[in-house]
Unconditional design. Structure first.
Length: 348
């Protein structure tokens, strides 16, 4: 669980509110008003935040006079939990060596049948072992590119056999190819227009692959700042139908907006956040902590906020559906009035 060492108490509180069983064993929640401590996933009613302290282990909680909750038994670790933690460690270690753990190998390691272990791992982690390993590998690509390595070097370091394997595994995900990350989108032809809407003037821009920018109150100068190495053109008839779809998605939000093609630039982590945003049903909201937990990394709530801010495609990648942990609107790049109206139109 080394990857959880640097999470904050705010992260732990969000995990406890979400009752996320994936982090049982990472810490315990001490409720000083009742004198007990619990697992993060304890099904009991959430206590007041002011009464809560977090402890790394059961021993630390008991040293300050707390006793274990009888409902969730935080001072014991089930055999299933131990097996999942051992499997995660094995998958990480194999990935760092450019290898992979098969389901059969994980089954032998844990003593469960492949079918039972697959079900157990997915229930605990939220992903299958294979999907978890792929997500780790994509993160290693992102980290390597951030260190200035070439695309070929980054893919090799992350354990990919070649670019074809990477593109096959990430087919259908949002974002440009890795080579575009390193050259800032140079060579892209971006067609744009400023369109009137009931929320004010709206900038829409697209490549031949899909919408790459949607912003309120912006124009050509802001677009050039966002895409300094792209060629910009005033949108012609070829983009009329697409832009009309975008306006409709703003004026009358609905599931149809999911069919609008996108062409966005982002790191692997940003893409995962944006994909998770698009999974939030219209009319529902999430906190940054809930999004981070859904991605399997609650310590990344600040990074999730950063990915939200890096989103160039408002509404279609619905960052307006992210609110503060206390239920208030939080912030929004284009003003809280527009955010509130978008949520109202979606039925929240």
């Amino acid at each position: 669980m080394k990857h959880l060492q640097n999470i904050t108490d705010d992260d732990r509180w969000q995990i406890a509110l979400a009752k996320d069983r994936r982090f049982d064993g990472a810490f315990v929640t001490g409720v000083h008003s009742t004198g007990i401590y619990c697992r993060p996933s304890c099904p009991a009613r959430a206590p007041l935040r002011k009464n809560v302290r977090f402890y790394a282990t059961s021993v630390q909680a008991e040293q300050v006079g707390l006793r274990p909750c009888k409902r969730c038994s935080p001072n014991t670790q089930s055999a299933e939990e131990a097996c999942v933690l051992a499997a995660i460690a094995a998958i990480r270690a194999a990935g760092e060596q450019g290898a992979a753990m098969t389901l059969e190998a994980l089954s032998d390691l844990t003593g469960y049948t492949p079918t039972h272990f697959q079900r157990l791992f997915k229930r605990t982690v939220g992903l299958s072992p294979a999907a978890f390993a792929k997500a780790l590998r994509e993160e290693r690509v992102r980290a390597a590119l951030g260190q200035g390595l070439s695309v070929t070097e980054a893919l090799s370091k992350a354990g990919y056999g070649g670019s074809e394997q990477f593109y096959t595994e990430t087919k259908g995900r949002l974002g440009m190819k890795p080579v575009d990350w390193s050259r800032g989108g140079a060579g892209k032809r971006v067609h744009w227009a400023v369109l009137p809407t009931s929320l004010g003037a709206m900038l829409v821009a697209a490549t031949d692959k899909g919408v790459c920018c949607l912003a309120f109150g912006e124009g050509e100068p802001e677009l050039r700042a966002r895409f300094p190495k792209a060629e910009l053109f005033a949108a012609g008839e070829d983009f009329r139908a697409l832009f009309a779809q975008v306006v409709e998605a703003v004026e009358q939000p609905g599931p149809g907006s999911a069919a609008i093609p996108l062409d966005v630039k982002g790191t692997a982590f940003q893409q995962r956040v944006w994909e998770e945003l698009r999974r939030i049903p219209s009319g529902e909201t999430r906190s940054y902590g809930e999004l981070a937990a859904a991605l399997g990394n609650p310590k990344a709530s600040r990074a999730v906020g950063g990915a939200n801010g890096a989103n160039h495609v408002a509404v279609l990648i619905p960052c307006h559906r992210v609110i503060a942990a206390d239920g208030t609107l939080g912030g929004y790049a284009y003003g809280l009035q527009i955010k509130a109206e978008l949520l109202k139109r979606e039925g929240r």
